[in-house]
Design a protein around this ligand. Sequence first.
Ligand code: FMN
Length: 204
Amino acid sequence: MSIRVTDRGPESPIKLMVVIGSVRPGRIGLSVALWVHEHITDRGGFEIDFVDLAELNLPMVDEYRLPKTQQYARRHTAAWSARVAQADAFLFVSPEINSSFSPALKNALDFLFHEWGRKPVGLVSYGGRGGGALGTAALRPVLSELQLIAVSTPVDIPQASTQVEDGFFLPEEQQNVRLDALLDELGALAPALRSVRESALVAG
Ligand SMILES: Cc1cc2nc3c(=O)[nH]c(=O)nc-3n(C[C@H](O)[C@H](O)[C@H](O)COP(=O)(O)O)c2cc1C
């Protein structure tokens, strides 16, 4: 599934890529991500590119050269590169898996390098008893390596399946508050980092 929503505010909207990390049949990740999507759409100010990794269906990294070279042999890599390059900010919705984060998300991250750099990212991590915090913690060094700037307010959701009814994720008030705080940070950082990237381009 691919949904593009344009919700233009008074200023140029921030192009926010929302990525669903789970590709598992029966996943609750889609319900959690749809809550995130609806929340952002109601709030406005972001142009959303909704990426379902199950639909994107990237193979395991199959490039000959390192991502830093940006010499892509595969059409799927070039398409993924173009899509990620146009984003100003990211929001990853990932399950906690064995005290880490979604392996499909790790693979999608590993395909590219420069396309991620100097852009802010917010994290929504959910799980069972672990509650998502270890998934977030495992993701942070990967983000750092890719020069993605993680916002300070993650949304961690323990026992997330207990909040899903008829395919809908039913957020607690505190989760809406934290998601708003995360989006506030993304909204503040994205334009600033866009300027930083543009200055770097001018400086050559
Ligand atoms: C292989 C596997 C390992 C898991 N490891 C953890 C874990 O370490 N901590 C945790 O809180 N939940 C863990 N869980 C629970 C998942 O986070 C939970 O089932 C979640 O709903 C999976 O996301 P999905 O339904 O969107 O695929 C694990 C689930 C699986 C299938």
